[in-house]
Design a protein around this ligand. Sequence first.
Ligand code: SF4
Length: 296
Amino acid sequence: MKDELNLLKKDKARLKELQYLVEMEEWITEEYEANYERLRLEGGHALSPEVKRQGLLQVLMYFRKMREVAETVTETEVKLTLPEQTSPKGNKFTIEGVVDIIREKDSTTMYDVKTHDADYVKANKEDYIDQLNVYTHIWQNLRNETLNGTAIIATQFPRTLKKAIDADEEEKLIRELEKWNPVIPIPFSQEKVEDTINKFACVVDRIENREFHPPSVDELQERIKGTKQRFATRVCRNCDARFSCDAYREYAQKSSSFSGGFAQYINDLGNSDEVENFTNTNAFETPPPNDINDLI
Ligand code: SF4
């Protein structure tokens, strides 16, 4: 009898837990939709149905995997500002960032959520260290608060997890979720903060001086750390300025990917997924004009 009672209690607890998860996922979906509508109206940009679905999936999986973090976040979207900076050429600028903070009994951790993949973040840690070190500097010195750790949360799914989601197989999904580790701790040191702020300052000067030289063709051909892709494929192919960029044009002339010559280069609208999403977005979200004047 005692065993049966214990089993009943366990079942009841499991049921309660499942009910909580269902309600939570419903709530996340509703909030996601409301947030999307607000951003669409404010910014005038729409997403294709597939990209929107992928975005929601990332949030849901993030909650499943990072439930403990999501439930213990004490401050979300904390805006950090380093105002009144001056570049070597006298330009004034401000550095801003947005992070999540978790305070536990004796420790505080700062999380920066990125839509990048974890392998890419691990291979390019230096870039993230620089950025988080500036946020740490603002947190500790300007806000006078202590910090015990910083980390990146990389929300893009690894390939195997994406496959499990597409296959819609619960067991496989649970296995892949177990393996997925989206939290990448970033060591923080305050030694290089001045250098990093100085790097930002030099970029500000270059922008203000209208110095927008592209990198060399050799750099476009280099593979990006943590990926198998070249800079030209991962970055340039998604860059709106590519048709007026000398470096990319030269790359295209040399690359075997453009064996179709100038016609292929000028007709290349980016990777096929992006083109499909762009077409779908306009097909689904833009109402056809009712009046010829709407086209003018
Ligand atoms: S195509 Fe864009 S990203 Fe690539 S080098 Fe030119 S300006 Fe930079």
